[in-house]
Design a protein around this ligand. Structure first.
Ligand code: THG
Length: 700
């Protein structure tokens, strides 16, 4: 029986119900099926009596072989007071069905599972006069996209993002065909699997030209409060918010008592409704669950009293009696009111990273870049991944809050290298606690990267260099993968170099992103291009000023958009002289941050402090960065800086003008820089006065 109401009407009804009271979800299917003590032949039924392998335990198959039994369980939950029932399709993806060699039945099981639930819901709705809803369930599958099944090979995966998407597209379409009102992604162990499910759901919504409400429910697997793949509750939410779910919640694993702090956390941070469906206690020695309906209701009533809940039901071990008791207990309490959550860029690795107006400058570590670090390139080429990971770890230890990863080098297979390295990073919790910035000028490399990260990452970068159509297409995908994006000030004419061009291009990109793509403005990070200054070419003299001035324009006119840039670019003309480069970075950042720069790709741990820079050096650098009139007749700021640059080089052979070598006391003079300096070949002390250096194109 097909429903007569449209999906948008259903959503309206559901929203009205959620505004009015706590909504009741059903309980466990497995426990109810177990009570029937079904045998192999019961699972097979008539249709599968000759199936070539055992199917006992394939509970989802029962929608085909024992449809009446499954429908009767749904009816019990509905009569017990469930407003929403979940389809019996937890393991019905092609991936999980492969255990029984039944992958070809996946679509049919999902469709029938939804149809049976729909019939039950509509019949009870007609009897009782209040509407009931069907949540089409997508389970986690039996494979994890973020974890290697082989302890000796942490970069290995036995399932890919694309395979998951394909399976979830099939399940989702079938659930909707069968009559589901809601799509529910539940018991999420691995957020990357869930991101694939959301990607698939969006793909199907696109195909059918309609959207259904989406419920998301994760699983905290231990008392430390993390998912199986190591995310905290907030990091988990940040990874999945992009689909604008109807609700976010937690289910399974912990008993209700232990689940509480995490439901409370979601209740505090989520702008959508919050759900919980805990187990009826922990499994006993026989695998059963002992918490009585009264015991379970007693814990849950406290959550309701404190206004934490919008949707509540039960997971393993719960029965219609549990659901009735919970309903009885919570209905006296008002539902949680949706909080006003301030707009902010909310990223995550294993842990959340929120960037808002009050945030300090965010450091993005630049060293995991094959074009930006000779050492990193060598390590990747030689497949010395342990050492390459050490480079990244060192960045995080030195204060990088995000890690930029770039594999754009002619000799490398960019997509394969990106995949390999991000998979390796995923198994290093001390690195993967921070969000990843996927850096490539090639879209296929970016997309390969997006398929490896469970957190909310940043794409670096997209732009209008190939026109609006390609830009819109890429931005739509970035949104679907749930990432923020760096948008370069780059259009069909090329990279913007003046303040006016920078501001104009960013404004045009912003309007397309926000108005056409529906991109969240707080997920837009503009990079108005940091180019090298003091190169000896007059046209380059105002580059830093143009960048800084454009920040002010963008911040004043494009709400919530942020600003980033590759800071080390600005000092390319002083390559080989790190102390001077660091001074240029410090002065540049001092002014750019004041203008509103939110984050930058930097050599974390080697950032000098503006106030600590030797006065003479600082003045000359300031003249260069701000393109001030040169105080010396017949000279230039660049020449003036070059004049003193050598005495700051710091290779030990130069005679410093002053005994106190300011840079030596800089906090940035870390062991790693000292090593780097020692490794330098003996550079000639006779540096030509004016070096005209062009920064390599790939770094600009
Ligand atoms: N904007 C955006 N992304 C970017 C850039 C940008 N990504 C790449 C680059 N520019 C930012 N990253 C770096 C990394 C390293 C250096 C500069 C920018 C660098 N490296 C030393 C050098 O080349 O002298 C490396 C020396 C070595 O150790 O081998 O300066 O602008 N969105």
């Amino acid at each position: 029986m097909a429903k007569s109401t449209s999906h948008s009407q259903t959503l309206e009804q559901l929203n009205a119900l959620l505004a009015e009271r706590i909504v009741i979800l059903d309980g466990a299917m497995g426990t109810m099926i177990q009570n029937h003590k079904l045998q192999e032949e019961d699972y097979r039924g008539e249709r599968f009596k000759d199936w070539h392998c055992d199917v006992k335990g394939n509970n989802d198959l029962l929608v085909l072989s024992q449809p009446e039994l499954i429908k009767a369980i749904h009816v019990k939950y509905l009569l017990g007071g469930a407003d929403i029932i979940e389809t019996n399709t937890f393991n019905a993806t092609t991936i999980a069905m492969a255990d029984y060699d039944m992958q070809a039945l996946s679509a049919e099981i999902n469709r029938e599972g939804a149809r049976i639930a729909r019939q039950a819901a509509d019949e009870v709705a007609a009897q009782t006069g209040n509407p009931r809803y069907v949540a089409g369930v997508l389970g986690p599958t039996n494979r994890t996209c973020s974890i290697s099944p082989d302890v000796n090979d942490p970069g290995f995966r036995n399932i890919s993002f694309d395979q998951l998407v394909e399976a979830y597209v099939e399940s989702t379409s079938a659930l909707i065909e069968g009559g589901a009102d809601i799509i529910m992604v539940e018991t999420i162990f691995d957020t990357l699997n869930a991101k694939a499910a959301l990607f698939a759901i969006e793909t199907v919504f696109d195909q059918i030209g309609e959207r259904l409400p989406v419920m998301i429910s994760g699983t905290i697997t231990d008392a430390s409060g993390r998912t199986l793949t190591g995310q905290t509750t907030e990091a988990f939410y940040n990874s999945l918010r992009h689909i604008k779910p109807l609700s976010i919640g937690l289910n399974c694993a912990l008993e209700s008592k232990e689940l509480r702090p995490y439901v409370e956390e979601l209740s505090r941070i989520a702008e959508c409704y919050v759900s919980a469906h805990p187990n009826a206690g922990l499994p006993n020695e026989f695998g059963g669950y002992d918490e009585t309906p009264e015991e379970m209701a007693e814990v849950i009533i406290q959550w309701a009293e404190e206004g934490m809940l919008n949707i509540v039901g039960g997971c393993c071990g719960s029965t219609p009696t549990h659901i009735s008791a919970i309903r009885e207990a919570v209905l006296r309490h008002a539902p949680r009111t949706l909080p006003e959550i301030p707009v902010a860029c909310r990223l995550s690795g294993l842990e959340p990273l929120t960037i808002d107006q009050n945030s300090l400058f965010v450091n993005v570590g630049e060293r995991a870049n094959v074009t930006g670090s000779a050492k990193f390139l060598r390590l990747i080429k030689e497949e010395k991944f342990e050492e390459a990971l050490d480079v990244v770890r060192e960045q995080v230890e030195n204060g990088a809050q995000i890690i930029d990863v770039n594999m754009d080098e002619g000799m490398l297979d960019g997509a394969a290298s990106m995949t390999k390295f991000l998979n390796l990073i995923a198994s290093e919790p001390d690195i993967s606690r921070v969000p990843i910035m996927i850096d490539s000028s090639k879209w296929d490399v970016i997309e390969a990267g997006l398929k490896c990260v469970q957190g909310k990452s940043i794409v670096n970068s997209i732009s209008m260099k190939e026109g609006e159509e390609a830009f819109i297409k890429q931005a739509t995908l970035v949104k679907r993968y749930g990432a923020a994006a760096i948008v370069m000030a780059f259009d069909e004419q090329g990279q913007a170099d003046t303040r006016a061009r920078k501001t104009d291009i960013c404004t045009r990109a912003y309007r397309l992103l926000v108005d056409v793509v529906g991109f969240a403005p707080e997920d837009i990070i503009f990079d108005p291009n940091i180019f090298a200054i003091a190169t000896g070419i007059d046209e380059h003299d105002n580059y830093a000023v143009d960048f800084i001035e454009s920040i002010k324009d963008i911040k004043a006119t494009l709400p919530h958009a942020m600003i980033s840039g590759g800071v080390s670019n600005v000092s390319f003309s002083f390559r080989g002289n790190n102390p001077v480069r660091e001074a240029i970075h410090a002065v540049f950042l001092y002014h750019a941050i004041q203008a509103g720069m939110d984050m930058g790709i930097v050599n974390a741990g080697q950032l000098a402090i503006y106030d600590d820079i030797d006065k003479e050096l600082k003045d000359k650098v300031e003249n260069v960065v701000l393109n001030l009139p040169c105080p010396v007749a017949d000279s230039s700021n660049t020449e003036q800086l070059l004049d003193i640059a050598e005495q700051y080089r710091g290779d030990g052979t130069q005679v410093a003008k002053k005994e106190d070598l300011a840079w030596r006391s800089w906090p940035l003079m870390s062991a790693c820089l000292m090593r780097w300096l020692k490794a330098l070949p003996n550079l000639s002390t006779k540096t030509p006065k004016l070096r005209v250096l062009k920064p390599p194109a790939h770094l600009m």
